[in-house]
Design a binder for this molecule. Sequence first.
Ligand SMILES: C[S@@+](CC[C@H](N)C(=O)[O-])C[C@H]1O[C@@H](n2cnc3c(N)ncnc32)[C@H](O)[C@@H]1O
Length: 268
Amino acid sequence: MSVIDISDQEFAQFQRFIYEAAGISLSPGKKALVSGRLARRLDRYQLGSYAEYFRLLTSGKAPAEVQTAVDLLTTNETYFFREPKHFDLLREQASAARRRAQPFRVWSAASSTGEEAYSMAMVLADCLGDGPWEVIGTDISARVLARAHAGHYPMERTKNIPQAYLQRFCLKGLDHQQGTLLVERSLRNRVQFMQVNLNAPLPQLGAFDIIFLRNVMIYFNGDTKRQVVARVLSLLKPGGHFCIGHSENLHDITDAVRPVAPSIYRKP
Ligand SMILES: C[S@@+](CC[C@H](N)C(=O)[O-])C[C@H]1O[C@@H](n2cnc3c(N)ncnc32)[C@H](O)[C@@H]1O
């Protein structure tokens, strides 16, 4: 693959592209990341510059390529049981809701490849069994959602899953699947994944008891954060909990929720 330089002007075009598509603000330091991630697309179409690839994206002639570029420009790092305090809260709240008639509903609002949503589902299956509960995972990237649906992961990414849950909810790959883990079908069937852009009006998802919006706000500027958080919190039930990433904060972003612990908020 030949190495093609990206100019400042071309980088600015992609900054605008991903801001308009996903609300993601790329700092000038991300120039190498953009050229590195998009290089194989130039190669794929035999294009000689990033400006030509940008023209392809904005020509209206390659709608699927727009999704591919969004997929490549999003950062999807995640793992099972990330930030364990949030899963302790989930367990507490689900246990308190045990005898309730309505379903206990939780949302992984930037689910990436699904580890967060399946971690939630393991806790709810453990606390609420066959009772009424729902987990919804959403993301803007079609590529990560396909992996979330499959629920099939390299073993090294699953080390935070508690031993009892590994035995109960996961299948270890054998033969050519060795070194991988598959989330068991009955658990997979209880988690619904769908494509949702948090930076646009939301579809009808219903109201939630707990929402995780973790490690995605870091990519947004202040205005985008305010709009996304307002949209997401409109779907949180009164008394419901909202969890954000440990490196994120809600200063000057919203007063619709009150802090109850670091990175955990509650709607009055
Ligand atoms: C770093 S991952 C976080 C995954 C998980 N929440 C966690 O904390 O481990 C960020 C995810 O946000 C998604 N994302 C970025 N912008 C988005 C948007 N506007 N709407 C929905 N998802 C978005 C990316 O595709 C990516 O999968």
